[in-house]
Design a protein around this ligand. Sequence first.
Ligand code: ADP
Ligand code: ADP
Length: 216
Amino acid sequence: MPTYIVLLGPPGAGKGTQAQILAKSTNLAHVSSGDLFRENLKNQTELGKLAKSFMDKGELVPDDVTIKMIRDRISRPDCEAGAILDGFPRTPAQATALERMLLDFKGEVNLVPYITAAENILVERASGRWTCRAHGHIYHEKFNPPKQAGVCDVDGSEVYQRDDDKVETVAKRIRVYLEQTMPLVDYYRKAGKLAEIDGTQAVEQVTKQMLAALKK
Ligand code: ADP
Ligand code: ADP
């Protein structure tokens, strides 16, 4: 049976960072809805242009196109063993749709690590984030700078600041998260799938707790 892990937590909590580390130490694919939208934007697809109009405002992209994009992605062969879902689901409708589509793959959501941090930390992290152009590798100007300024350690591509990582947009995204995504915390807690993790710890400590939760 395939394994599906849903990473939950506000913008800047460390979901992407942890997903990239976990994907290396498991056979699970890293599926990031935000990366998929940014890839579409880079390729100038209709979906990319539509997504950008919402992303720039710090709002969520509509459920129907987001759900379709994720269904297509987890249908690909590299997700045969399962996936680490980073940034999806983000609304109750997306969570219900995910459950339905995982039935088709004879799987279910197995674990939901919920990474948290106080708002001031989230803003400091997201607004200092640098993202690699080629593959979305994640850095921070203070907490995790690339070895050579402006260049990704892994693939040598340019690192840039996302348009939506400006302080005002980050604050808006946190509000949207509280309104639209917080209900999922309760939902997965009631289902007995939630593993709460203190995201203010060092990256390595957070990873350690994630791996411990996975082993259970
Ligand atoms: P999310 O995917 O939840 O928005 P990211 O993984 O992209 O979060 O992390 C947001 C920013 O915070 C990035 O710049 C990243 O380098 C940094 N970061 C992530 N985890 C930690 C941590 N445990 N301590 C310090 N900085 C971190
Ligand atoms: P972060 O890691 O900081 O939370 P993401 O890269 O996950 O940021 O998301 C960036 C933006 O992409 C969101 O603000 C939203 O506009 C869009 N997005 C990403 N995932 C979803 C989703 N599941 N549903 C709707 N919109 C999404």
